[in-house]
Write a protein that binds this ligand. Structure first.
Ligand code: PGA
Length: 242
């Protein structure tokens, strides 16, 4: 596992966007694994800029997002489908049918998880997977204790995660208590993984993931076992590293 430390979030975001752009230039039909949350917001802004200013086309790209809140339709402003439309997909030339995000508004969660795994098997493997990290070291919504062998599944969110995400909702009671998330095994199948973290609230999770034991109690520590994984960190997120 490699680590790169940047002076700030903006520099980290520019680097991540360049990595994605390089991947798409090298293979215009790339499969990208995408994440939501505050961490990759500027990365998507940079990508839109590269698309406009350098004519980078996403017309042949396929994307898979990590997760979606269970119970939210894609039209809900706090859904991850809405986030992706508003921050990236509406501003680049990717056909929407090539963008995949688990559906949070269907009746049968198990069937939705199976459908998503089948899509991944058909179009994958993911060439480049972007990840954020939770303060509890979750990746996707794989909370501490999730089996490394897990595939796409319905997750009970931890109180930590519900509180961390309540900023996107009008009240903490509105935060869904469950989500559909790609599993650890589904994530680990990507050819290359780029985990981004910024801010001091992530320092402990980052240090444990990179320098601690590999254990399901620290979900991102599994990345130590991936052959092609890089952590992009700002100085605050790297502060706990020895
Ligand atoms: P954040 O979330 O980017 O909003 O900090 C990351 C995560 O929980 O995976």
């Amino acid at each position: 596992m490699k680590t790169m430390i940047f002076p700030d979030h903006a520099a980290m975001s520019r680097y991540a966007a360049q990595m994605i752009a390089d991947q798409v230039r090298a293979n215009p039909a790339s499969v990208l694994g995408l994440a939501t949350g505050s961490t990759p917001e500027q990365t998507y802004e940079e990508l839109v800029k590269i698309h406009r200013e350098e004519n980078l086309s996403f017309a042949q790209v396929t994307t898979f997002n990590l997760d979606e809140y269970w119970g939210l339709a894609g039209s809900h402003p706090a859904s991850y489908r809405y986030y992706m439309q508003e921050r990236l997909f509406n501003y680049i030339d990717i056909p929407l049918e090539q963008t995949h995000i688990p559906r949070g508004d269907v009746v049968d969660a198990a069937a939705e998880c199976a459908r998503y795994e089948e899509l991944l098997a058909t179009h994958g493997p993911v060439d480049l997977q972007i990840l954020g990290i939770g303060t509890n070291a979750h990746i996707g919504f794989n909370e501490p204790g999730t089996e490394f062998g897990s595939t796409t599944h319905l997750v009970d969110l931890t109180q930590d995660t519900i509180e961390a995400n309540s900023r996107f909702f009008s009240s903490p009671d509105d935060v869904p208590k469950q989500a559909i998330s790609m599993g650890i095994k589904s994530i680990m199948q990507a050819r290359q993984i780029v985990l981004m973290a910024s801010g001091s609230s992530k320092a402990d999770a980052v240090a444990k993931s990179i320098q601690g034991p590999v254990t399901p109690e620290v979900p991102a520590s599994v990345l130590q076992l991936h052959p092609n994984c890089i952590f992009l960190l700002d100085e605050a997120a790297a502060a706990g590293l020895k």
